[in-house]
Write a protein of this length. Structure first.
Length: 313
């Protein structure tokens, strides 16, 4: 296993690794970090569109580790410190894809799922609990479909099935999502603040200082407007997984905010309806983020779902 360092004083029970790198595919290397004991149950956290692994708050990761998980968070390709992929996506191409017209993405949801499996392979992990948020939920669902034996449980948060008639974005968000943020760190922070005011949880508002801090950390780790466009095209061109999700047999939790404007709650409802035995947890006042005041609820629900898994799976 990779070398690990002790966390800061005050949390001596959780071992946290530095940022490490795993080759997962041709010309693709993922940056990742772990929390907790490698002998505990592995839990892979998959972030969403344009989001680095640091959007999985370290305190949330530590809370999960204290509940018996070996937590792995990582940057998807085209995000943070992971590899950038070739292939330019024009805004006009995104608009055509948004309208349902045929375009070819530089990579697919299956490629992103293969990256995640490659990371597990690098760590020598045969199977893991998998939790994904937004696009990460789409990746997690794809993992459960394509290599079901490698998942112990599935948690899909504020995500959807790929069916175009559910989980839609509020139309007013599109200009913000594809618009230019402008050059430089301060412009990125201002644009991020505007975005999170539109899609964040109205019942659990983050302070301006918290939003600015996260945006600054995200920029400093590396942002790629072109990479976000490539990810967005993969999302827009994902297949409808509704039928194939009927075959998912691992314990599944679907969480969704009732105030989500980025992925309408119909996407969460459709996901839970498609997967046999899935638990659906709808949260009033939650939008398209992971508010700190809900961390305990997230951890309890993920632990409850993992406890439904077959022993030794």
């Amino acid at each position: 296993m990779p070398p690990r360092t002790r966390p800061k004083p005050g949390i001596p029970d959780v071992v946290v690794s530095g940022e490490l790198f795993a080759p997962v595919a041709r010309d693709v290397e993922l940056c990742y970090q772990t929390f907790g004991d490698p002998d505990d149950e592995p839990l892979l956290l998959v972030m969403g569109l344009g989001g680095p692994m640091t959007w999985w708050d370290p305190e949330l990761c530590r809370m999960l580790a204290r509940r018996g998980f070996f937590v792995i968070r990582y940057d998807n390709r085209d995000v943070g410190r992971s590899s950038r992929i070739e292939g330019r996506v024009r805004r006009s191409t995104l608009l055509r894809a948004f309208a349902g017209r045929r375009v070819r993405p530089p990579y697919t949801m299956s490629d992103l799922a293969a990256d995640a499996f490659g990371l597990l392979d690098h760590l020598g992990i045969e199977s893991a609990h998998v939790t994904g948020v937004s696009m990460g939920g789409m990746i997690a669902q794809t993992m459960a479909i394509e290599q079901p034996r490698r998942l112990r449980s599935l948690t899909s948060i504020m995500s959807t099935t790929g069916k175009r008639t559910v989980g839609w974005q509020h139309p007013s968000l599109l200009p913000t999502l594809i618009g230019s943020k402008g050059p430089g760190r301060e412009a990125y922070i201002r644009a991020s603040a505007a975005t999170w005011k539109l899609i964040g949880s109205p019942g659990y508002r983050q302070s301006d200082e918290e939003v600015a801090k996260r945006a600054g950390e995200t920029f400093d780790r590396g942002v790629s407007a072109a990479g976000t466009m490539r990810q967005m095209l993969a999302v827009l061109k994902q297949p409808n997984r509704s039928v194939r999700l009927h075959g998912v047999q691992v314990p599944t939790l679907v969480m969704h905010g009732l105030a989500d404007r980025m992925v309408h709650v119909s996407g969460g409802r459709a996901t839970a309806a498609a997967i046999p035995g899935a638990e659906l947890l709808l949260i009033d006042g939650m939008g398209h983020d992971l508010p700190a005041r809900l961390f305990e609820a997230f951890v309890d629900a993920i632990r409850r779902t993992a406890d439904r898994a077959e022993p030794g799976r």
